[in-house]
Ligand binder design. Structure first.
Ligand code: MG
Length: 278
């Protein structure tokens, strides 16, 4: 299944995406919760799995396929080539940081340049959506705890990221986590460890990586994180970005108003975000 959240007449409604057509799940299940912690905890993924209603061409705006999670956990330097382009060694254990859940925005919403910081940059990332509570789980059954996968652009204001001494502010400005366009359930992805991911800015290829190059893979990360931190249904783990970010290019490339950033991952799709003054 491919799940979406759509905005129709000011209301967010969960739906299924079928090749450009939409099944409005609220029409079928009036009591269905928004796609988030309650949705997964009440096993709605299974309840909707039998839906075979035809999709309709609805005029709606897509928003992030998950409502505000308890946390967005991100990985720094989880691709060796990206660590290297920044002049760093590959880490010997996962480098975790958090992005504010309020930074989430829709797959086609604008990226707003903050007034308080410059050097805004792109990072295409495979994002894991947790489906079941995880506490001290083993990597051997970690994949059973996943609801699905989506794309996140881990937008970063490098000036604040590197100037503050830690990364929270520079990673958490409003609109700095475009997500989507769909949440793809694991059964629809042949091999999560072999997906191409790219970023294009105004059509020019900037990042071109593959999830096979993740230093710490998804099961390892879920075991590592859940050792002492509970992962809640709906939480996001964004697995890190491959090489080709703007700040480490020669010369550096900084996003400007009017740029259009497209982050693509095979088997999921593309999110496309225009850069605007905030
Ligand atoms: Mg990142």
């Amino acid at each position: 299944m491919k799940l979406i959240r759509m905005i129709q007449n000011g209301e967010v409604r969960p739906g299924l995406w079928k090749d450009g057509l939409i099944v409005d799940l609220k029409m079928i299940f009036p009591s269905i919760p928004d796609i988030g912690e309650t949705f997964f905890a009440e096993n709605w993924l299974e309840k909707i799995s039998g839906v075979n209603a035809p999709g309709l061409a609805l005029n709606v705006r897509l928003t992030s396929p998950i409502c505000r999670p308890s946390k967005i956990i991100c990985l720094g330097k989880n691709y060796a080539e990206h660590a290297k382009e920044g002049g760093f060694d590959a880490p010997d254990k996962p480098l975790l940081f958090c992005k504010a859940p309020s930074a989430l925005s829709g797959p086609f919403d604008p990226i707003l340049l903050p007034k308080s910081s410059g050097q805004v940059d792109w990072e295409v990332e495979l994002a894991v959506i947790i489906g079941k509570t995880c506490k001290r789980i083993s990597r051997t059954n970690a994949m059973d705890h996943i609801a699905g996968f989506t794309i996140m652009n881990d937008v970063s204001a490098r000036e604040a990221q590197f100037g503050d001494g830690q990364w929270f502010r520079g990673k958490s400005f409003d609109t700095f986590a475009p997500l989507g366009p769909v949440l793809v359930t694991p059964d629809e992805i042949d091999d999560i460890n072999n997906l191409q991911l790219t970023t294009r800015v105004d059509g020019a290829l900037m990042q071109d990586g593959n999830t096979r190059d993740l230093i710490f893979d998804i099961p390892f990360l879920m075991e590592y994180i859940s050792k002492d931190m509970t992962l809640m249904p709906g939480d996001i783990i964004s697995t890190g970005t491959p090489s080709g970010v703007g700040i480490f290019r020669n010369p550096p490339v900084i996003l400007k108003p009017g740029n259009v950033v497209e982050c693509f991952i095979e088997s999921i799709g593309s999110i496309i975000n225009r850069v605007m003054e905030g």
